[in-house]
Every structure is written in structure tokens, then in C-alpha cells.
Design a protein around this ligand. Structure first.
Ligand SMILES: [Zn+2]
Ligand SMILES: [Zn+2]
Length: 701
């Protein structure tokens, strides 16, 4: 053995050894209870960041531990098409080439993004392997696999048939020049100066930057805590030029310090007003059409472009003495990323999922403990989200995703919903010309079905055996988007919770406690660190010092420090291997000895086994790692080893036995170095592969 452990020389070789051995693929054994984790699928087109590395470290520790305990263990990997984010990144690349999405038809664009993602997805897999992820690659799933898509369609149809899907109105970021709605990510917010017009509404004055929309006003709102305007609540105001009367209502969303403190409520053309309108069940009026031209206004403005109409309306207000004053306003407006023109918030029809019945079932399951949160405070947060969840808008105006299986009749305009197949005729009037909705599902709608969809799309019998899964381990920030929706859709579709336990992990921060992000310039690249110090050192650094549920702090020094531990393991093995093997075959139990030092180390080992196992059962990974480190480095290496130097031969059996059991305990945390050490002299131990050896004390429970 070399003096120093050289991780770069061994890691790939060890990983292929595991892969070829079939250790990652569980054997279904109906007499045994399986242990299953469905991996939160990383974005298919992105390299892994340090947050991913944390989940890999945590989940792989659990998976290796349970595998060694003899449970049929499945860790199912996958990747996510990440709808909006991916399409956005792809379009940015197109722009760099002087092109845009509008240069291609839908199918071509989809195919181009598909190829782009396929080119990159291999990178993520290589990186997961690099970190030692012992997941079952034979069951790998992509969120757009045809089998997965089919299941997503089926769920949608079932929801629709159960009256849980409806068409509702929502305000979208619409560009009248491009003729399409954009996602929040695609809207460029810029600061600029505009005129703020103060207009006489009879009983009060209103300030607005958009006088052309006054014809779409349906109310005036003031903040109930606004002393100067409070007395107006319940009275009415008059829209100038048309003299239509509208009520004055109270809403806390109104900013009393803006303008006069009174807001004209225009639900058809403003996102906040839309919210207020929904809350107060106000009417919705649209005065700007899809082409950006005026409609539903007094005749003279109809057909004018909105910008032109604004000038005309201001002129008319002025001539009637209804324009009180004009001020400059410095504010933020949304602009189109393509043509830089103004985004026009527009109401459009979208697919919504009624969440109330699904939430009720989910809360019941949490209450009964069918699905338990490893950390109580996250359960509280989940409950909070459930209680405040609004109906879920599941349609997105992008092509990169699963297209909604809804067809509209060209004659009666009714919708026909299928489980994916193109309908031959309209389900309402039997007319045979229909066109499919161009929208795709929100990514979270399909990934919300991930635990059961992945298993149903895998081998025959997988779903029946591995579902409900054991643990859902994921990041704190997607608790509301993902975890609570998986419970809702899992319960609805399968009648069972998708997982028994939820383990939420905190953020990775730098050594000053600052969140790691590109914009802060404190990025720690996990692959670079693994290359430099070994995957084991990185994993240990990510586990060390903080409970899974808390934020952890990481620095290159931490990781470098853990590399010393890899070397320590290597060196202890070298020492043990100096003496010829004493007990070829195995150590099924501790060798008998009358020596006090031998007895002490075996006793300490037993205590360590107990504590580490308990820590892993309770997801207290860092506590297990820290106890183990102390046992191995201090009790075993520094203390016991020194004392054996003058009775080396006599102590060899205990040395070999303690090393064997320590390697097993260390394996989930530092899989590469422990397996390499094991492989070098595996005839000394009780299994040909460490990864599939049995956990200390597992059989004698
Ligand atoms: Zn545009
Ligand atoms: Zn029809």
C-alpha cells in the first residue's frame, strides 16, 4: 500500500466495481420490508451545485446503511425537464445566436430543446457517480419519458372526471406585439419615468399612470387603516368621461402612501387589482385587446393603440377640467425581453386544479401520522401552506413540457379532455374539428406525481412492492412547491401517501454563514472539491457539524480536514495489514481475549455501533459521523493501536475485527476509501464487497 491514499487513482474503479456487482439494484423479497428513496430529480440540463451534493451525501448515507442492514433498498434516480427554467436558458442561447423562439414552429422548437437537454443530461449522471451515489441506474427516469407522460395524462383526466379541474381566469404577462404571454422570468423589469395623472372621480381624486384603462375600472379601493380616506368606504365614485358609478371598497393591499391613497381597481389590466377583484367578487372588464388596441370604450377610442388612446384620454380629461394635475413618477415597469416594449397584464383563461378536497385529505394523512415529518417545525410550515393554498393554476404558456390533453371544439367551443389520445369528435356536440390547447402543464404538476409515476413506469411489481416509499429527502425551499403537492396528488391517485417520512434539509452556507450563490461570489463547486480532496472528504464535510434539518456551513478547509480522515483510515489499514491475516474468512463475532485493552476497545466498539445505528435511524447523521470519527481516530488509532505495539501478534485478531466493523460503520459516510481498503485485503473480512456486507449488529438485534 502507498503511504498516502490517492483518491483520484481509485474512485472510478471502485464505482464501476459496485455498479458491475449489481449492488445498486435491489432484489424484491416479499418477506422483507423494502427501503425506498425516490431521488429529487435535478434539472436535466444543469451541472450539480453544492446543494445537490448535500442531498446526495445525505440520501446515500441512508441508502447504504439500509442496504447493509439487509433491506431490499431502492434509490431511484431521475432528471427533471424543469419547464420554464430550461426553456428560458435555451432561448437565451438562441438569442446569443441572433435567433428567437419565434423563428421556429412548436414541434421544431420542442425537438431542439429536447436535443439540448439530452446533450447535457449525461453530465449530471457522471457527476452523481463521481459523488458516489449508489442509485439504481437501471430504473433511471426522466420527467418527459413517454411512460411518465402517460401517467400524468391519466391523473389529469381522473381529476377532470372528478370535477377538480376547471377553466379560470388569471392575469398573465402579455406582450401584444409578440402575441404571447410570458413567464415572470422572461419579463425584464426596468426603471423609468412616467407621468402620474391625478384624475377627478367625483367624490375623490385618483392617481394613475394609465388613464386609458379608466373604462375598465370596477371599483375604487382604499386601505381601511388609512385615516384620511377611511370615511369614503361604502360611498361611490364616478368614472370621468363616461360617468359610470363604481363603489368605494376597503382592501389592505392598497398602499396608502401612493398617489392619493385611493386606487382605481382595474382587474382586467393589473395583477394586484386582479387579486382585489377576485377577493371582492368584482366584475372583470377588458378594454385592450390581444393586439394592444382599445375595445369596450366610448366609440372615439375604439381601435386606437393603447399608447395613442392614453394621449387622447388625457386631452379629453383636460378639456373637461377633470385632470387635477400631472407629476413625474419614477417607477418599475415590466418590458418584453424580445422587443423591449411594455408588457400588458392581460386576463386569460387557464386550467385550474381545485385544491380544497385534496388539501383536506393531505392534512388528515399528516394528522394521523401516515406521513410524518422528521422535523416538527417543517410539519408546521407544511400545515401553514396547506391552509393557505389557493386553487392551483396548472397551465403554462411554454412548449417545453407536457402539453395539456385538452381539445377545443371549433364549433361549440367546449373542451374535450382525454388521457392523451387525440379525440375523434367533440364530447359535447360530436363535431369533428378540434384543436389542442397550446399550453403545457406546470412542472410541479408532473413532478408532484413523481413517487408513484416513477415506480409505475418501472418494472412490473415495483409499484406494489416499493410504494409508499420510505423517505422523501429534499431541500427546504421546495417544501411548498413539491412536497405538499406530492402528498395531495399521491393520495388522490393511489389512495396512499407517497412516502412515510419527510426529511427536509437546510441550506449550505459558507464559513461566514452566508448563503452560497453565484451572485455572492462564494460558490463552492462540488465536483472541483471532489476532484481535489476526494468524494469522501466532500461528503463528510457536507454531513459534519449540523443536523440535516439545519443550515450547514462549508468551506474548503473543512473538506481538506476531512481528507486527513480518509488518510487516517488508509494508514490504520496499512498498520493492520503489516501482520499476516489471522483469521481468514471472517469475523462473525468479536474474538475472545482476556487482555484489558482488547476488552476495552471491543466494548467501545459495541457502544459506537449502537449510537451510530440509532443516529442513522433518527436521521441525526452528523452525530453518527462525529461519534464514529472520535471512536476511530482517538479510541482506536491513537489509543488502542499504540498499546498493541509490543504485543502485536496477540492483538492482531482484535485489530482486524475492529477494523472490519469500523469500515462497515464508516462506509455509508466515506464509501470509496473504505471499499478500497476492504478490497486490498478482503480475505481478512466477512464479505467480498463492503457495500453489500452486513451492518454491525444487524442480524443479532
Ligand atoms: Zn414582445
Ligand atoms: Zn363541440
Amino acid at each position: 500500500m502507498d503511504k498516502v491514499y490517492n483518491h483520484a487513482e481509485f474512485e472510478n474503479e471502485i464505482y464501476s466495481l459496485w455498479e458491475k456487482s449489481g449492488a445498486f439494484t435491489p432484489k424484491i423479497d416479499k418477506k422483507k420490508k423494502p427501503f425506498t428513496i425516490i431521488m429529487p430529480p435535478p434539472n436535466a440540463n444543469d451541472p450539480l451545485h453544492i446543494g445537490h451534493a448535500r442531498f446526495v451525501a445525505i440520501e446515500d448515507v441512508l441508502v447504504r446503511y439500509h442496504r447493509m442492514k439487509g433491506e431490499p433498498t431502492l434509490w431511484l434516480p431521475g432528471s427533471d425537464h424543469a419547464g420554464i427554467e430550461t426553456q428560458y436558458v435555451f432561448e437565451k442561447r438562441l438569442r446569443e445566436q441572433g435567433k428567437s423562439r419565434f423563428d421556429f414552429d412548436r414541434d421544431t422548437l420542442y425537438k431542439m430543446i429536447w436535443d439540448y437537454v439530452s446533450d447535457n443530461t449525461g453530465l449530471m449522471e457522471t457527476q452523481l457517480k463521481k459523488l458516489g451515489a449508489s442509485c439504481d441506474w437501471s430504473r433511471f427516469k426522466f420527467t418527459l419519458d413517454p411512460k411518465i407522460v402517460k401517467i400524468v395524462y391519466k391523473t389529469f383526466k381522473k381529476l377532470y372526471d372528478n370535477d377538480l379541474i376547471y377553466r379560470g381566469e388569471r392575469i398573465v404577462n402579455y406582450c401584444p406585439r409578440c402575441g404571447t404571454a410570458f413567464s415572470q422570468l422572461e419579463v425584464n423589469y426596468i426603471e423609468r419615468d412616467d407621468n402620474l395623472y391625478f384624475i377627478n372621480y367625483g367624490s375623490l381624486t385618483i392617481a394613475t399612470t394609465r388613464p386609458e384603462t379608466i373604462f375598465a375600472d370596477v371599483a375604487i379601493a382604499v386601505n381601511p387603516n388609512d385615516k384620511k380616506n377611511k370615511s369614503l368606504i361604502g360611498r361611490s365614485a364616478k368614472i370621468p368621461l363616461v360617468d359610470r358609478e363604481i363603489p368605494i371598497i376597503a382592501d389592505t393591499l392598497v398602499d396608502p402612501s401612493f398617489g392619493t391613497g385611493a386606487l382605481k381597481v382595474t382587474p382586467g389590466h393589473d395583477a394586484t387589482d386582479f387579486e382585489i377583484g377576485k377577493k371582492h367578487k368584482l366584475q372583470l372588464i377588458s378594454v385592450i385587446d390581444a393586439g394592444g388596441k382599445m375595445t369596450n370604450t366610448p366609440k372615439k377610442y375604439i381601435g386606437l393603440k393603447a399608447e395613442v388612446a392614453r394621449i387622447e384620454v388625457v386631452k379629453d380629461l383636460e378639456s373637461k377640467g377633470l385632470l387635477v394635475k400631472t407629476q413625474k413618477l419614477h417607477h418599475t415597469v415590466g418590458t418584453c425581453y424580445r422587443d423591449k416594449g411594455l408588457i400588458e397584464p392581460t386576463v386569460s383563461k387557464q386550467w385550474f386544479l381545485k385544491v380544497k378536497p385534496l388539501v383536506a385529505e393531505s392534512l388528515k394523512a399528516v394528522q394521523k401520522g401516515d406521513v410524518g415529518f422528521a422535523t416538527k417545525r417543517y410539519e408546521k410550515i407544511a400545515r401553514h401552506w396547506y391552509k393557505n393554498l389557493k386553487d392551483w393554476n396548472i397551465s403554462r404558456q411554454i412548449v417545453w413540457g407536457i402539453r395539456i390533453p385538452a381539445w377545443r371544439c371549433n364549433k361549440c367551443l367546449e373542451w374535450t379532455i382525454t388521457d392523451g389520445s387525440t379525440p375523434k369528435e367533440c364530447s359535447s356536440c360530436k363535431h369533428n374539428i378540434l384543436s389542442q390547447d397550446t399550453d403545457t402543464f406546470d412542472t410541479w404538476f408532473s413532478s408532484g406525481q413523481w413517487p408513484f409515476a416513477t415506480l409505475q413506469a418501472s418494472n412490473v411489481g415495483d409499484f406494489e412492492y416499493f410504494y409508499p416509499t420510505s423517505v422523501m429527502e429534499t431541500a427546504y425551499d421546495i417544501l411548498p412547491f413539491w412536497v405538499i403537492r406530492m402528498i395531495m396528488l399521491g393520495l388522490f391517485t393511489t389512495g396512499k401517501v407517497p412516502f412515510r417520512r419527510v426529511l427536509i434539509h437546510g441550506l449550505v452556507r459558507d464559513k461566514e454563514g452566508i448563503k452560497i450563490s453565484k451572485s455572492k461570489g462564494n460558490v463552492i463547486n462540488p465536483i472541483e472539491m471532489a476532484d481535489k480532496y476526494g468524494a469522501d472528504a466532500l461528503r463528510m464535510g457536507l454531513i459534519w457539524g449540523a443536523l440535516v434539518e439545519n443550515d450547514s456551513s462549508l468551506s474548503e478547509e473543512n473538506i481538506r480536514g476531512q481528507r486527513n480522515f480518509s488518510n487516517k483510515i488508509w494508514n490504520i489499514a496499512r498498520f493492520v495489514y503489516q501482520e499476516k491475516a489471522k483469521n481468514k474468512g471472517s469475523y462473525k463475532k468479536a474474538p475472545a481475549s482476556k487482555n484489558a485493552d482488547d476488552k476495552k476497545i471491543i466494548k467501545d466498539l459495541k457502544t459506537t455501533i449502537k449510537i451510530v445505528s440509532k443516529s442513522l435511524d433518527k436521521f441525526r447523521l452528523n452525530e453518527g459521523a462525529e461519534i464514529l470519527y472520535d471512536f476511530f481516530w482517538n479510541k482506536f488509532a491513537n489509543n488502542y493501536l499504540e498499546k498493541t505495539k509490543n504485543r502485536r501478534e496477540e492483538s492482531q485478531k482484535v485489530l482486524e475485527y475492529t477494523l472490519q466493523e469500523s469500515l462497515k460503520l464508516l462506509h455509508p459516510f466515506m464509501p470509496f476509501v473504505t471499499e478500497k481498503v476492504w478490497q486490498l485485503e478482503k480475505e481478512r473480512f466477512d464479505s467480498p464487497l463492503l457495500i453489500t456486507s452486513s451492518w454491525p449488529g444487524a442480524s443479532s438485534k
